[in-house]
Design a protein around this ligand. Sequence first.
Ligand SMILES: *Cc1c(COP(=O)(O)O)cnc(C)c1O
Length: 820
Amino acid sequence: MLSNQYSITAVKQIINAQGDIVTDDLISILLTDSRRINIAAEGLFFALSGRRNGHEFIAEAYAAGVRNFVVKQGPEIKLPGANFLIVDDVLSALQKLAQHHRSRFNLDVIGITGSNGKTIVKEWLYQLMAVDKNIVRNPKSYNSQIGVPLSVWQINDRNNLGIFEAGISLPGEMDNLEAIIKPNIGILTHLGTAHDEGFENTREKVLEKLKLFKNCKLLIHNYDQLLDYKKDIANLKTFTWSRNFKQADLYVFSETIIKRNYYLRARFDGKEIECLIPFLDEASIENAIVCWATLLYLGYPSAEADKRLERLNPVSMRLELKTGINDCSVIDDSYNSDIQSLEIALNFLNQQNQHKKKTLVLSDIFQSGLQEDVLYKQVAELIRSKKVDKFIGVGEALVKHQDYFEPPEKFFYKDTTELLNSLLALGFKSETILIKGSRSFEFERVSRALVQKTHETVMEINLNAMLNNLNYYKSKLKPGVKLMAMVKAFSYGSGTFELANMLQYNKVDYLAVAYTDEGISLRQAGITMPIMILNAEQSAFDKLIEFKLEPVIFSFGLFDDFIKYAQQNDITNYPVHLKIDTGMHRLGFEPFEIETLCDLLEENKYVRILSMFSHLAASEAAKHDEFTQTQISRFEKAAKKIEKCLGYKVIKHLSNTSGITRWPSAQFDMVRLGIGLYGIDAAVPADDSALQPITSLKTSVSQVKKIAAGDTIGYGRNGVMPKDGKIATVRIGYADGYLRAFGNGVGNMLVNGVVVPTIGNVSMDMCMIDVSAVDVKEGDEVIVFNEQHRIEELASQIGTIPYEILTNISQRVKRVYFYE
Ligand SMILES: *Cc1c(COP(=O)(O)O)cnc(C)c1O
């Protein structure tokens, strides 16, 4: 048996499960997500019940060919040929199995934790040591209670070093992770305030993190950070670094910038040593010093450590989805390449439905620790299972092994330049292209050639954050309550199919948009889930039906028009939704109209009422709670009447975002989640990290000018320089959605960490900010809003609401979606 193969009988014993074994299968792959099953043979599916009930997905996994399951209860239906291992706690069974696996290997394992920098330090240590060590590590930042066991499961006979990061958010979690990782060398990275909310105080959080090191022979840490914890780590041997304390093992005493590199000098082992790192930002410098200390502790000569650190590459865990040329979408992951991250990127490619054709541009993969033919066979199998239509391989190894690959179309080039010279001939059109390359292939050149040119103002949309927000609201729902996501108005300014794909993939029940056109674009981009149209126009009924969109009927006029249309076109039982006005007074049937409506509905074969709903006018505001309660009662009454006359049940829904947060009693059968999905909820304090803003708006400085006191700035001479200083002109104006109201110091922006006011009027395409107090140069990034510089604050500066700011950002501002 290979080192990662176990018989199912052995697994049963290891995790201490009940249940009968039908056939003694071999398993080697652990599966936790039924949507992502590539290779079912030898797969063991863990039905984790988190927010989504894992057991609902057993059927899906079985259909994909999986025959081995770890579950809390046996399945309700019979699934022939399947083994079910029954346990009390599925997650803990997964952890036990990984723990057992880890215990079979006797290798050095570095365990990393901290608040920031875990993934960077892990990836950098990998970059630094992969030439002389066979390293196993977490893919991306798989550092959770589920991610860690899946990562540790990858250890095999050939590895001689493991580097695993552990992330926690609650007390009591670290012991589990420690037992799985069993590190013998510990690294503590930067401690910040992230994730404090799960803990009583900072001390409790730090002590929890330190539990990762309880069995380590040594801990590498910043001397300054643990001054208050000396007693707590008294029985651990340590290797410390510091920029302030001479007694640290690595004492950094001099730091200077030389030609955009950072030059450090330090005292180590009684000698003066030096090192140059290719980064200037504070976080990178600190992470690089941690890596430096680790190399020195591990015995690398200081000159060798310096040589390697000088060649560190930035780590990007991001997959960026951008608009490409010729109606293509481009997923840019051009900074690293290994088989695990390739699999993650291919999953993301497969989530995209906007184009039928899926294309992969891949470079040779280095430092995999596998023999070339084994590696490329695995890669070929992965690409086959992910149904890539067009494969473009770049690099000598891929050229050599091209026969392994059998997609419908394939092309091979020995290097990136050769690929770029053939780009036109490859005829990219209406396809989704994943670009994935090792650093040395400089695939950013390929990405630049395939992505639409953008002006430098971009809105970034964080798909992970959206998923987080979705799960937050799902967790507030009672069992069985459905969720409709409101993606009207270009998804509150954040995009169309890009977000809808994500929502469809994550099994939201319904989408809603305002107008028929919006629904059509979603259909054309491959969205197949039900879509409700809030404001269907009579002129668009043809399209409505052609694209299977479901209209809201809110008035007798519209009802009449639709019925007539259905009659003329022989349409029966068409799904529609009814809107009741319970007090918003915008659209909908009034309570007194319900009887008449019922009369019309009773005899009607043309439509079928799928749902009925109403909209709360002030669900977020405590001072209107009495009114909200009235709306709820009116809705209940109307619903009773309508269901009675229809003679069947319909889906009833009332709550918008703040309704979900504040009115658990008003969930009915479904809720309509809008702005909360985008990270904003008037009923959740902005500093509550349960919700994450998903958008940030960034621009850049086009020019910096020195201005004397009293000089005026911009149109109308409204801005007057208060004292001698400087201004920066930035590439955003009211045509981009940065409203004129923000001018003359009302609005502010974030430049190199400093908040600065606007000065003078906002122009159409640009505006000026007073940067007298900041170190800035042309080309520097300027944040209009992001997670720190909140959109709620911007909205209040000009007396509006975040909804309006978001939906005002013009289409000229390119959207970039990223997924980490
Ligand atoms: C926009 C909209 C919502 C969502 O409201 P949020 O406050 O953004 O959650 C819900 N229902 C209807 C009818 C809407 O038009």
